[in-house]
Design a protein around this ligand. Structure first.
Ligand code: SF4
Ligand code: SF4
Length: 224
């Protein structure tokens, strides 16, 4: 499994904050039939999070999109690295992982690969949450047929009794139910109410990232 460690070290060396391995057999077969997933987590820099606090959304979105570009490059470099080892690989970049705009869901959600890789869980907010950075993260992935030693999946919320994100949501879109991998997204968040509010904010040159910025674990990351 030293090749697997080499891949992980390579991706961390490129700047990924966390890397995990998951069994995703069949989950993306409608567009690419590769059974193993490599989840990539990139923390949002603290400086960008301070922009959210100041409601300087234009600058924040620039930083956020720069992080997505970085993540895309890490995934593409990882794809090439794995192919050079003799395996098939497919960087699941945003443009390749088409989003169903009606359901606001990707073909294979990054969050699914990330929880299956044991890198974190889905918060009450329906955002992906890590112990180290809260929900101040961006996610990416690579699919491959390279043999991987899978990490232990996380199947239940680790949000304990915290309700920070629910309390912070200006339109009460977050339900009290805590996530587990047997629930649907609609069980934990009213995505239409959230989406409508965000679109309105976005048109006004603003945004809504309250559930991310007020996440208990995001606040701990910013203090650390
Ligand atoms: S993005 Fe805003 S509106 Fe949507 S759930 Fe989070 S806090 Fe609520
Ligand atoms: S604010 Fe609390 S409940 Fe919401 S996602 Fe973060 S840890 Fe979980």
């Amino acid at each position: 499994m030293s090749e697997m460690n080499d891949v992980k070290n390579y991706l961390i060396g490129l700047g990924a904050s966390k890397v995990g391995f998951a069994d995703v057999k069949g989950l993306a077969s409608e567009f690419v039939d590769l059974p193993n997933g490599i989840s990539l987590v990139l923390k949002i820099p603290k400086e960008a999070m301070y922009l959210v606090k100041e409601e300087e959304y234009e600058e924040y979105w620039k930083c956020f999109h720069a992080q997505i570009d970085k993540l895309t490059q890490i995934a593409l470099d990882g794809e090439e690295y794995i192919k050079n080892l003799g395996y098939d690989a497919f960087a699941l970049t945003m443009t390749r992982n088409e989003c169903d705009m009606e359901r606001l869901l990707s073909i294979l959600p990054y969050k699914t690969i990330a929880t299956k890789s044991g890198l974190g869980w889905i918060g009450r907010s329906a955002l992906f949450v890590t112990p180290e950075y809260g929900s101040a993260v961006a996610l990416g992935a690579i699919l491959t047929d390279m043999p991987l030693d899978f990490d232990e999946p996380i199947t239940d919320s680790q949000c304990d009794e915290c309700t920070n994100c629910q309390d912070a949501c200006p339109v009460n879109a977050i339900n009290p139910l805590k996530w587990n991998d047997r629930l649907n997204r609609e069980d934990i968040i009213d995505i239409e109410t959230c989406g409508e509010y965000i679109i309105g904010q976005y048109k006004a040159g603003l945004g809504c990232t309250k559930c991310m910025s007020e996440c208990k674990l995001t606040l701990e990351y910013l203090k650390g």
